[in-house]
Design a protein around this ligand. Structure first.
Ligand code: URA
Ligand code: SF4
Length: 204
């Protein structure tokens, strides 16, 4: 699968307002075709912490906001336990359109392909340039692929400080939807919160 990517739709200058108004026009990959809408990042543009998820889910695609479904509710709880105020962080996704497969009336989430992740990366880069977070929290393998390329395994390095290619500090952890689905919920939720606390501790 190969796509031209988002580069030519991403404004080279201006702030977040310009990004948000340009985003719906993006044709950087095929995902815009079937999704209801693009889901932009949210939060203060001067946030010290940026959290990067995977892609909007069914709820996010319908409502047009990040992390408003089951994974979002879990993330809210975990952030609260870690002492992080959701309204103070910038929340976004590595891929801005929902990818799914239809099964009857249901739309089943599909993990974005590497081609989608690479195609959408210029949007995330621009968000990083504008927000300039002191710390990036990588939520799961798709965000890790986007920000750290191949060869980084979340499960081997979760909760540790890692340096992004642009020199910024990041911490990787699992995606909250993996915790939602966990057979050992309490253990995995606590581990997720522990990683978020490690992120707080790394804030300068
Ligand atoms: N999962 C994500 O990665 N992002 C969302 O916005 C919702 C669910
Ligand atoms: Fe553009 Fe990203 Fe949507 Fe693909 S997923 S069309 S690259 S915004």
């Amino acid at each position: 699968m190969s796509f031209d990517g988002a580069t030519r739709w991403v404004p080279a200058d201006g702030g977040m307002r310009k990004v948000r108004s340009a985003l719906p026009d993006c044709r950087g990959c095929d995902l815009y075709q079937d999704a209801e809408q693009v889901v932009a990042g949210e939060g203060p543009v001067r946030a010290r912490m940026m959290l990067v998820g995977e892609t909007p889910g069914d709820h996010e695609d319908k409502e047009g906001h990040v992390f408003v479904g089951p994974a979002g509710r879990l993330l809210d709880k975990a952030l609260a336990e870690a002492g992080i105020d959701r309204s103070q962080v910038y929340l976004t996704n590595a891929v801005k359109h929902f990818r799914f497969e239809r099964q009857g009336k249901r739309r089943i989430h599909k993990t974005p392909a590497v081609g989608h992740i690479v195609a959408c990366h210029p949007w995330l880069d621009r968000e990083l340039e504008i927000v300039k977070p002191k710390l990036v929290v990588i939520l799961g393998a798709v965000a890790a692929r986007s920000l750290l390329g191949t060869g980084f395994k979340v499960t081997e390095h979760r909760g540790e400080a890692v340096e992004l290619p642009d020199g910024r500090t990041a911490v990787a952890t699992v995606h909250p939807s993996a915790v939602v689905r966990s057979q050992e919920f309490r253990r995995d939720f606590d581990h997720f919160v522990k990683d978020l606390r490690a992120a707080v501790d790394l804030l300068p």
